[in-house]
Design a protein around this ligand. Sequence first.
Ligand code: ATP
Length: 296
Amino acid sequence: MITARSLTKCYDSFTALDDVSFSFPDAGIFGIIGHNGAGKTTLLKCIAGLIAPTSGELVVNGIDVVRDPVALKATLGYLPEESRLYETMTAEDYLAFFGEIYGIPKEEIVVRTRRLFAALSLEPDGKKLGEFSKGMKRKTAIARSLIHDPKFLVYDEATSGLDPMTSRFIAEYLKKLKNEGRTIVLSAHNLFQVEAICDRVMILRRGRVVASGTMKELREQFGSITYTIWFSVADPSRIDRREVPYREEDGYLACDTGDMAGLNACSAAITEAGGRVERIESRYPSLEEMLVAIGK
Ligand code: ATP
């Protein structure tokens, strides 16, 4: 469980996090989203115990992060937005280096490294980290965050700048980590991916929480459903555009309406004009549309 109460972080006179409260249960993926500068990285660093909040309470797995940030290190893995790797090291040496910092026996480090590389489809082939592709570097950083088998993971933009295949692979891997019982807090600008993998999402705007909940709860809070009626008609001039405000799309005519009454009225007008309703789609706003609606 990760619980924050009235968390505030100021950089001199600038308030980057302002009275942030939330509670994330265990074994889930929690997405923190928001525009650039909203405070996502600041919050993740606070959760990881890397920076101290100015005020407020933050408890991860029963550990008071504000009072005892070091106690958290054994149970938490952090992936920074840009992980600078040691370019002249091999991936194996890199993981061994961090494994030793965590006090893991050498033989165990070798076993864990092999297991992590296999799970991440990472084949270093003896290359130095400086010769790795961006995707391989990110996978190595993820493996590093997992070498001590932490229960909590804090990932800042795990897939940013990666090709769609690698990005998707990592997203799927995060789901596997969750299914193993780990709790993941992540930030991401890829909102499509956040919708796909996160159990709960929190939206930050200028350091404040503007919304938090499951995707279903956010949809209910943020927007109404849109029904789109796709139809065909021999003579479109028979349809009153004030009654059925349609557009042409993909060879069909389409009209949006926000409720059942509108849907029924449009359908009746289309039928009356000799037309035929081909299909009806319903759609809730996407996270991207919610974020745009919230504004900077
Ligand atoms: P992005 O999506 O661009 O990564 P973010 O949501 O992660 O942004 P943060 O990096 O947490 O945002 O920054 C929040 C605000 O705090 C920004 O206005 C930033 O300029 C400011 N900030 C962050 N770190 C510091 C610092 N060390 N000193 C002063 N201001 C900072």
